[in-house]
Write a protein that binds this ligand. Sequence first.
Ligand SMILES: NC(=O)c1ccc[n+]([C@@H]2O[C@H](COP(=O)([O-])OP(=O)(O)OC[C@H]3O[C@@H](n4cnc5c(N)ncnc54)[C@H](O)[C@@H]3O)[C@@H](O)[C@H]2O)c1
Ligand SMILES: [Zn+2]
Ligand SMILES: [Zn+2]
Length: 350
Amino acid sequence: MKALVFHGPGKRSWEDVPDPRITDPTDAIVRVDAVTICGTDLHILGGDVPEVTDGRILGHEAVGTVVEVGPSVQNLAPGDRVLVSCITSCGRCRFCREGRYGQCLGGGGWILGHLVDGTQAELVRVPFADNSTHRVPEGVSDEQMLMLADILPTSYEVGVLNGCVRPADVVVIVGAGPIGLAAILATRLLSPSHVVAVDLADSRLEAARELGADLALNPGRDDVAAVVRDLTDGLGADVTMEAVGVPATFEQAVELVRPGGHVANIGVHGAPATLHLESIWIKDLTITTGLVDTHSTPTLIGLVRSGKLDTSPMITHRFTLDEFEEAYDVFGRAAETGALKVLLTAKPGD
Ligand SMILES: NC(=O)c1ccc[n+]([C@@H]2O[C@H](COP(=O)([O-])OP(=O)(O)OC[C@H]3O[C@@H](n4cnc5c(N)ncnc54)[C@H](O)[C@@H]3O)[C@@H](O)[C@H]2O)c1
Ligand SMILES: [Zn+2]
Ligand SMILES: [Zn+2]
């Protein structure tokens, strides 16, 4: 088969590799029908994730068709259409029993395209297949479903649920990349009074408006703190979400929240940020961090199926699998190309 293979920082290619085989009785082999690229894949290519070694097939998001199952797989059969989630779950360890699949101790968690070969390929081996896939309901398209592999559960769980968003809240989302934009969609499910998106890139702010942000602010031009004060009788936002992953935006998210409010950090940070306890100790803040668990995927599937959540505006560019290298190029130059999520599909008949 063909796959997108990582060969060390800056090096990747769409090349011939051996087909994956069932190695554990709980595995399934899935033919990839639709797949996308995540910002995390760009971090891997940038050399930021040293556990990913030369020869690894990248990718942790896909929708596909089961072609083979191991002898212990009970809920899947060849021909089933499934979502392959970014998080794999052994289903048996202490954390899986709590629905904290991201912290799985039994060999799951974020492993696809990280510690084992991933989904950016014609075929993928899915470990713990019963617990790590979700059936695609009738009437839901591959591309709608694909957005539930990573960005929607991340923004809903780590942003909206951890941030305890409630109806009528003023919610500020700092960072309007795919995660921040998905957080706008997820926040709107709870009837906020205002969703305020903050980003330095005007193309991202435009996308934020299209996805339902009431205000889209550029800190290079706008006084974000003053706008938020005006919206909230001077108090600050009920909930702020950090969806960038740099110290300045975490510190901004803490500054913009009201006493008693919630700061939900979603961004992956590579450097220490300052927590100004000397000014916030008195503010009754709740600050949360988290890795996505994907425990909310069934809820999100229900919302897509019933038409309450439309994920399709997240997809800006479409390719076939054999155009993977071009897709990486377009996604990697998002500031110029305006890419949010790129969709790659198998050619009909392949
Ligand atoms: N916690 C989790 O489980 C989880 C899962 C997936 C991704 N993430 C993280 O979420 C973060 C966002 O992911 P993404 O794919 O949307 O990333 P992205 O890089 O595509 O988007 C980040 C956005 O932040 C904007 N930005 C940069 N500096 C800014 C600043 N100072 N002020 C305002 N905006 C600024 C950029 O213009 C960009 O639009 C990343 O750190 C990613 O690693 C976390
Ligand atoms: Zn991802
Ligand atoms: Zn587990």
